[in-house]
Design a protein around this ligand. Structure first.
Ligand SMILES: Nc1ncnc2c1ncn2[C@@H]1O[C@H](COP(=O)(O)OP(=O)(O)OP(=O)(O)O)[C@@H](O)[C@H]1O
Ligand SMILES: [Mg+2]
Length: 281
């Protein structure tokens, strides 16, 4: 569990860039942080894993303030994927990269070696490949795998799909969804609202350093006032469904207004259009 207890934070004693953030992320949740550039999302993520200290309030991981947890203990509980994966890659081969976290914590035990092998197999990596020569998507997967291999309870992902093409994005999100299905808590910063709609259970919206909304994904995506304040745009299907419901209030009780996945919403709109074609009024 991650708890932000009225947290503010600043860089180099400047004015706070996160102000009075107060929220809880329960074990097993999949939460997405959204907001425009500079809203304070990455700063909030850095506070979660102790890379940055709060100037006011407390960040607690499983009930203990991050200031009282040793870095290694915090790293064991909370894995962190940086906004730029290349900041995370430092070894000469894929195998060494995956073993890096274990070596940093002490020694590469037999169990750790087995986990590295299993991860290579699971991700389909070439163990001897040189990380910097891999394509962007594979480098992102490697950075993700180097966290997954440590089996943290929580993973924090700062824009895991930015710069990836559709296929690579699907691959990365597939791995993340799989981790979540196995019980890992997932906290993800993401600019792609379709990815957010497809994967996150809850959305926390940030604007100018403040948390301005938090709630089930589709409830938040339907809040035009919140999205406007935060400079965000809902996925197009959600926008179409809301326009339809505004023009035809009788649709408010149908899946067009109530669906909680993009697929369900699209299917409901398609069915509505098909019916309207058959029965033009
Ligand atoms: N290392 C730093 N030193 C000083 N100021 C910083 C630093 N990192 C971020 N900031 C400032 O803090 C504010 C919040 O930045 P942050 O990176 O948390 O935003 P963000 O929501 O992650 O934005 P983006 O979507 O562009 O990644 C911005 O005004 C930014 O310029
Ligand atoms: Mg950021």
């Amino acid at each position: 569990m991650i708890r932000f207890d009225h947290v503010s934070a600043a860089y180099a004693a400047q004015t706070p860039v996160v102000r009075d953030a107060d929220f809880t992320i329960e074990d097993g949740e999949f939460v997405a942080f959204v907001g425009t550039n500079g809203a304070g999302k990455s700063t909030t993520m850095r506070l979660c894993n102790g890379l940055l200290k709060a100037t006011e309030g407390r960040v607690l991981v499983d009930g203990t303030p991050t200031t009282e947890l040793r870095t290694s203990e915090l790293a064991r509980r909370v894995g962190f994927l940086f906004q730029n994966p290349d900041r995370q890659i430092c070894c000469k081969t894929v195998r060494e990269e995956l073993a890096f976290g274990f070596r940093a914590q002490g020694a590469l035990t037999d169990e750790a070696r087995a986990r590295v092998d299993a991860t290579i197999e699971r991700f389909g990596f070439d163990a001897a490949a040189e990380p910097y020569l891999l394509n962007r998507g594979t480098r992102q997967l490697l950075a993700l795998a180097s966290i997954v291999v440590m089996e943290p309870d929580t993973i924090i992902l700062d824009e895991p799909t930015t710069g990836l093409d559709f296929r690579e994005c699907e691959k990365v999100m597939g791995v993340i969804a799989d981790l979540h299905a196995r019980g890992t808590t997932v906290v993800m910063v993401c600019h792609d609202m379709e990815v957010v709609a497809d994967y996150a259970e809850r959305v926390i919206v940030m604007a100018s350093g403040e948390v301005v909304a938090s709630g089930p994904t589709f409830e938040v995506l339907r809040r035009r006032d919140v999205l406007e304040r935060a400079g965000l745009v809902a996925p197009q299907v959600v926008d179409v469904s809301m326009r339809l419901v505004e023009r035809h209030p009788e649709l408010a009780a149908t899946p067009i207004a109530r669906a909680n996945t993009l697929d369900e919403m699209t299917a409901a709109i398609e069915a509505y259009v098909a019916e309207a074609k058959e029965d033009p009024r």
